[in-house]
Write a protein that binds this ligand. Structure first.
Ligand code: ADP
Ligand code: MG
Length: 253
C-alpha cells in the first residue's frame, strides 16, 4: 500500500475582496490524497482553481477552510516548484540559477558541483551554462526551470502547466525527460494541466476539476502500460472517459 504523502479534506479557499478585486470562492470541499511516488495530474478548465490548489499543497499559499496534512516523512525543503512562466532570475546565468537551489543545503561543495554538472547534462544545457536568461528561448528557459527543480533530488515536485508555453517538439522532449527522472528518482509528482492528451500520456491518476468554485469531480486511475503509445485505441479510450467528465464544463482545452 502506498504512503499518503499529502491528505486534503474538505479544503476551501476564498480570496477576500481586495483592491478592486471581488471576493472569489476558488476551491470548495476539495478531497484528495497524493500517494508517494505517483504521478498525479490536476486537470480542468481555466479558472477552476488548479493553480491555487497546487500552490497551497506546495506551501506557496494558505487554505481558508478544511484540512491539509502531510506524512511525517514529508520534507518541504525537499520539494520543488516549476512555474508555467519559468520564473528564473534574469541577473544570474543558467548554472547560477540552478545552483541557487542548493544554497543552504548541507551537501558538500564538491557534490553540489557534480549535481549541477549532471543536471545540466540531463537537460542538454551544458553548452548554455554561462548564458543569461534573456539569451534563451522559452524552451531553454523551461529546461532551466526543470533542472533547478530536480537538482535537489526532490522528494516531491509540483509543476504548474510547465509545457503550455512551449512548442510541440520541445514540450514532447521535456515530457520524456520528466518521465525518465520521475521513474529513476521515484519522485512524487503533482502537475497541473489543461491538456487531456498530456494527462493521459503522463499520469497514474488524473483528478478532474469542475468549474468555479473549483472542486474535484472525479479521480481517474490511468493504468495504460508505459511507455505509452499516444495514438492507440486504449489511449483514446482514456481520453474519451476524461472528455465525458469535462464535456459539461465551459472553456475546455
Ligand atoms: P486555474 O489554475 O485552474 O486556471 P486559478 O487557481 O489560477 O485557476 O484561479 C482560480 C480562481 O481564483 C480564479 O477565479 C482566479 O481569478 C482566482 N484567483 C487566483 N489567484 C487569486 C488571487 N491572488 N487573488 C484573487 N483571486 C485569485
Ligand atoms: Mg493555472
Amino acid at each position: 500500500m502506498s504512503i499518503p504523502v499529502i491528505t486534503i479534506k474538505d479544503l476551501t479557499k476564498i480570496f477576500p475582496k481586495k483592491e478592486g478585486r471581488r471576493r472569489v470562492e476558488a476551491l470548495k470541499n476539495v478531497n484528495l490524497t497524493v500517494h508517494e511516488g505517483e504521478f498525479l495530474i490536476l486537470l480542468g478548465p481555466s479558472g477552476c482553481g488548479k493553480s491555487t490548489l497546487l500552490r497551497i499543497m506546495a506551501g506557496l499559499d494558505t487554505h481558508t477552510g478544511g484540512h491539509l496534512t502531510f506524512d511525517t516523512n514529508y520534507n518541504p525543503q525537499k520539494s520543488s516548484f516549476v512555474f508555467q512562466n519559468f520564473a528564473i532570475l534574469p541577473w544570474l546565468t543558467v548554472a547560477q540559477n540552478i545552483s541557487l537551489n542548493l544554497i543552504g543545503n548541507k551537501v558538500p561543495q564538491k557534490e553540489q558541483d557534480e549535481r549541477v554538472k549532471h543536471i545540466l547534462n540531463v537537460f542538454e544545457l551544458t553548452t548554455f551554462k554561462d548564458r543569461f536568461p534573456h539569451e534563451l528561448s522559452g524552451g531553454m528557459k523551461q529546461r532551466v526551470g526543470l533542472a533547478r527543480a530536480f537538482v535537489i533530488n526532490p522528494q516531491t515536485i509540483f509543476l504548474d502547466e510547465p509545457f503550455s508555453e512551449l512548442d510541440f517538439f520541445t514540450a514532447q522532449n521535456l515530457r520524456q525527460i520528466l518521465l525518465t527522472l520521475w521513474e529513476t528518482q521515484k519522485t512524487t509528482v503533482v502537475m497541473v494541466s489543461h491538456y487531456i492528451d498530456e494527462a493521459v500520456l503522463l499520469a497514474d491518476r488524473i483528478a478532474v476539476f469542475s468549474g468555479r468554485p473549483g472542486t474535484i469531480k472525479t479521480i481517474i486511475t490511468n493504468e495504460l502500460p508505459r511507455p505509452r503509445k499516444a495514438r492507440s485505441a486504449p489511449f483514446f479510450a482514456v481520453e474519451d472517459t476524461l472528455l465525458k467528465y469535462l464535456s459539461d464544463e465551459k472553456h475546455i482545452i
